[in-house]
Design a protein around this ligand. Structure first.
Ligand SMILES: Cc1cc2nc3c(=O)[nH]c(=O)nc-3n(C[C@H](O)[C@H](O)[C@H](O)COP(=O)(O)OP(=O)(O)OC[C@H]3O[C@@H](n4cnc5c(N)ncnc54)[C@H](O)[C@@H]3O)c2cc1C
Length: 464
């Protein structure tokens, strides 16, 4: 985690020279490989791809493998499901102007961005207890924004301090708000706006996890990649050429003091690959069932076993017109219905049609994921029409990230007390095995985190 900061743009030139990194003016790059190493990278999401990209540039011999038949993992643009050439993001959707790793790769791969969430005069809604009302930030200003301020900058050196962990990681958001005088009614209102899983029985989320996410999301203006976010991993993958192998699943990891040897399964055929180092850029939810010999340290094993991931189910409904805009609405609505939070994901796209995206997390996501797709869509459309009565259902598609066997969840989302107990172990190397992936970054849950972790792991291997 600490190394993550050493790769930030804010580094002075002197710091860069001290850490044997050379600045391109916007992002730190690795010094030339001396000598070149054989590096295997498991996972061609943004973490594995960015690690590979940087290591290839510095002259290492790199092989990347991924179990899927495409790059990008959780950056997936749904293109074939809708009319008019419109598209929607199944995974990562927007990023901020301060997300410097994303901005860097978007610029260097010559991709264009469009502004996100720029609603101008269009109004957003809250739908609760069967009634629509204009969305208001009064309660957020009273209870949540001061807490976000108190946790400071999640990217500052040494964040989170022991003091922050003591204050904010041991309690859930509901407990935090209660301790600050919020009534049960106010907590219920805020929960609709922020998260489904504030207080789900015995294992509520850490308040610090949620506040950190809000702090990251609120940093400046937001953007999408024009034409779809999947262009970013596709461009990184293209630069790797034949070094990238699809339909190849990591099944076993062995290491000794000379090399790493992994067993892989390529479309049903097993083989072994040896390398000097492995960068493991696959989610812990998947790594937890991969045999490792000799076993990782106790702390790492616990982190791999216990790190919690949020559940997210999304349903996209394409309508022949954007009737909500005609009604003076942005299409954004926080609701207490099975549709979760709704927004217009065709903002900035051409065409008369529009797609409303219904985003559920936590318990609501798991309930929707449990339904067969036709019923899932029917449930969502019926409820969506209560919020936006003019919406006509033309086409709909859904994605339940819990059901994807190569991630089994959406993104790392720490339970109460997990940031204090698991964070120190998550990114730490184990012999010749290094770790990347959003879950290993202070920006977990974001593309920025995946890219930052890829850069950090590449730097660690290069220095090794
Ligand atoms: C619903 C949702 C909404 C999101 N919204 C945003 C957002 O608005 N903005 C934002 O910036 N970020 C968002 N994110 C987060 C962002 O998508 C992730 O942080 C990032 O894409 C993760 O990249 P990664 O490389 O760490 O993991 P992944 O993209 O999951 O890549 C890991 C790769 O490993 C492969 N793999 C898994 N197991 C094996 C195995 N055994 N062998 C070989 N390969 C394997 C997988 O196929 C996958 O390609 C969202 C994510 C989700 C799911």
């Amino acid at each position: 985690m600490k190394l993550g900061r050493s790769l930030r743009f804010e580094l002075s030139r002197r710091d860069l020279l001290k850490s044997a990194l050379v600045s391109t003016g916007s992002i730190a790059v690795l010094a030339a490989a001396r000598p070149p190493k054989r590096i295997l990278i498991a996972g061609a999401g943004l973490a594995g791809l960015s690690a590979a990209y940087e290591l290839v540039q510095s002259g290492h011999q790199v092989t990347v493998l991924d179990a899927r038949d495409r790059p990008g993992g959780r950056v997936l643009t749904l293109r074939d499901s809708f009319a008019d050439g419109q598209y929607a993001e199944a995974g990562a959707e927007t990023f901020g102007e301060t997300h410097n790793f994303v901005q860097h790769y978007v610029r260097s791969l010559q991709l264009e961005t469009i502004p996100a969430w720029s609603y101008g005069k269009l109004a957003s809604l809250v739908f609760r207890d069967g009634r629509r009302s204009p969305s208001s930030s009064e309660l957020s200003r009273k209870y949540v924004l001061p807490a976000i301020k108190e946790i400071g900058d999640p990217l500052s050196d040494g964040w989170p301090s022991t003091d922050l962990l003591r204050q904010f990681d041991r309690i859930s958001m509901a407990e935090l708000l209660k301790s600050r005088g919020a009534s049960p009614e106010e907590i219920a209102q805020l929960q609709i706006v922020y998260s489904d899983s504030w207080d789900n029985g015995t294992a509520p989320d850490s308040a610090l996890c949620l506040l950190r996410d809000e702090a990251i999301a609120r940093k400046g203006a937001s953007f999408r990649i024009r034409g779809g976010n999947d262009q970013l991993p596709k461009a990184l993958a293209k630069s790797l050429g034949g070094r990238l192998h699809y339909r190849t699943t990591l099944e076993r990891i062995n290491q000794n003091n000379k090399h790493v040897r992994v067993t892989v399964n390529t479309s049903g055929r097993r083989s072994q690959i040896s390398a000097d180092y492995l960068i493991c850029a696959i989610p812990f939810t998947v790594l937890r069932s991969i045999p490792v010999s000799p076993a990782f340290s106790e702390g790492k094993q616990r982190a791999i076993r216990e790190l919690s991931y949020n559940s997210v189910t999304r349903v996209y409904v394409q309508s022949p017109t954007r009737s909500w805009v005609t009604d003076g609405l942005s299409g954004y609505a926080a609701t207490d219905l099975p549709v979760g939070t709704v927004w217009d994901c065709t903002e900035g796209q051409s065409g008369a049609r529009g797609i409303l995206e219904c985003y559920t997390s936590g318990e609501r996501a798991r309930r929707l994921a449990g339904l067969p797709e036709p019923e899932r869509i029917r449930t969502v459309v019926e409820n969506l029409q209560r919020v936006f009565p003019g919406v006509n259902y033309e086409k709909a598609v859904s994605i339940a990230w819990d059901a994807d066997p190569l991630v089994k969840g959406a993104f790392a989302w720490f339970k109460r007390d997990q940031m204090a107990t698991l964070l120190p172990h998550i990114a730490r190397r184990e012999g010749r095995v290094f770790f990347a992936g959003e879950h290993t970054s202070p920006w977990f849950g974001w593309m920025q985190g995946a890219l930052e972790s890829g850069n950090r792991a590449a730097h660690e291997v290069n220095e090794s």
